[in-house]
Design a binder for this molecule. Structure first.
Ligand SMILES: Nc1nc2c(ncn2[C@@H]2O[C@H](COP(=O)(O)OP(=O)(O)OP(=O)(O)O)[C@@H](O)[C@H]2O)c(=O)[nH]1
Ligand SMILES: [Mg+2]
Ligand SMILES: [Zn+2]
Length: 363
């Protein structure tokens, strides 16, 4: 274990977590927060310092999916051994968990980070700006019970008028979202950004590759912790500079998680998150004639009526339908898998019985 002691509260530790350890008879273990993960090895920060840990065999055995494994931002109970190795015994209950549809694996989730208070959805002003993508991020955040905030970067590359026009475009489609604008070059807008960050609260950066998440992280940290890179204009795609997630305690007392850029923002089962991200549509949907209206062709559909009247934009409507369809597809894939697992379970039981019978016959 390395030195650099810290008090756990400054990392976001709460009294309810301490109570949980007592209730679960875990007081023999040390609490710590997962700072980084690499192939099932975790850097955990405890009151005494940093330690590299693995999970117990039992935790691995009982895990039903990726979500049961520790994620960056998780609080864990671990046993630290002499010599510095450590085993994670349990993952403490999470206040929130950001996950998305895993790229190329339908019905599976990829966990992004745990115990996040606010997600900064980062959009760069040069070429990254895309409202549909923003709404997908918002669906993910709301579904994860994380408050989203938009951070526009690279404002030094555009005029004040252009920036104002873009902010107005966001506000027109998303009335309730806070929008901040910064330049990582001039640090314009940093004071407003730092003003919203509270000590002991955890923030994470979501956004495409190259929008300036790590540059922002480094500037807020006051040093170079995350690698950043200049992506040449012609080959803007296909290069991800950040390859892992990392949690950092900032000088202002807030906690920040930098993430690798996302090329695909796939929503898993967004559920209520969808209604929050598309709140205008959800508002009209309450007045549809049919309770299970799909807002595509039904008579008495208040959403289609609002679309006709221009109260809902075609772009928002289309993005809503696409995102809702994706969410429904995720749910049906999960259900199908559960059904198959159940069938397989029954089959296994059947073979077990045969086996028992077979053994009896041998006696
Ligand atoms: N002009 C300008 N350039 C910026 C700004 N922020 C970041 N950059 C540049 O954009 C490039 C990419 O920045 P990164 O911070 O590495 O981007 P990232 O979002 O961390 O990218 P990934 O790690 O791949 O997800 C670097 O060359 C930065 O110098 C900004 O506000 N203005
Ligand atoms: Mg990065
Ligand atoms: Zn409808």
């Amino acid at each position: 274990m390395t030195s650099s002691s810290t008090n756990l509260q400054s990392l976001g530790y709460t009294p309810s977590m301490a109570r949980y350890l007592v209730e679960q008879n875990l007081t023999a273990f040390e609490p710590g927060r997962v700072m980084a993960e690499h192939k099932e090895r975790y850097i955990v920060r405890t009151a005494a310092g940093y330690v590299e840990a693995e999970i117990t065999g039992n935790l691995r055995f009982t895990a039903q999916s990726r979500e049961d494994y520790p994620a960056v931002g998780d609080w864990v109970a671990l046993m630290v051994y002499d010599g510095g190795s450590a085993l994670i015994q349990a993952v403490l209950p999470r206040a929130s968990l950001i996950s998305r549809q895993a790229v190329g694996k339908y019905g599976e989730r990829q966990v992004i980070a745990a115990n996040i208070d606010v997600a900064f959805v980062v959009l760069a002003m040069d070429r990254d700006f895309n409202l549909n993508r923003l709404e997908r991020y918002l669906s993910i955040c709301y579904a994860s019970k994380v408050t989203p905030m938009v951070v526009l970067t690279k404002t030094d590359l555009v005029t004040t008028e252009y920036l104002a026009e873009r902010i107005a475009t966001i506000n027109a489609r998303q009335a309730h979202i806070d929008v901040l604008a910064v330049s990582n070059t001039s640090q314009a807008g940093y004071s407003q950004l730092e003003a919203v960050m509270e000590p002991g609260k955890t923030y994470c950066l979501l956004g495409s590759s190259g929008v300036g998440k790590s540059t922002l992280t480094n500037n807020l940290c006051g040093g170079t912790f995350m690698k950043t890179d200049t992506i040449s204009d012609s080959t803007g795609k296909g290069r991800h500079v950040t390859s892992h997630r990392e949690l950092m305690l900032l000088p202002n007392g807030a906690i920040l998680i930098d993430n690798p850029g996302m090329r695909e923002v796939g929503v898993a089962d967004a559920g209520q998150g969808l209604e929050q991200a598309f709140d205008t549509i959800a508002h009209y949907a309450q007045h549809c004639r049919y309770h299970d209206c799909t807002h595509r062709s039904e008579k008495g559909c208040a959403v289609l009526e609002a679309l006709d009247n221009g109260d809902i934009s075609m772009a928002a409507y289309e993005n809503y339908l696409r995102t809702a369809q994706e969410s429904a597809f995720f749910e049906s894939t999960v259900l199908e898998r559960k059904k198959k697992d159940k069938q397989l379970g029954k089959l296994l039981k059947y073979y077990d019985k045969l086996n028992v019978k077979g053994k009896k016959n041998e006696d």
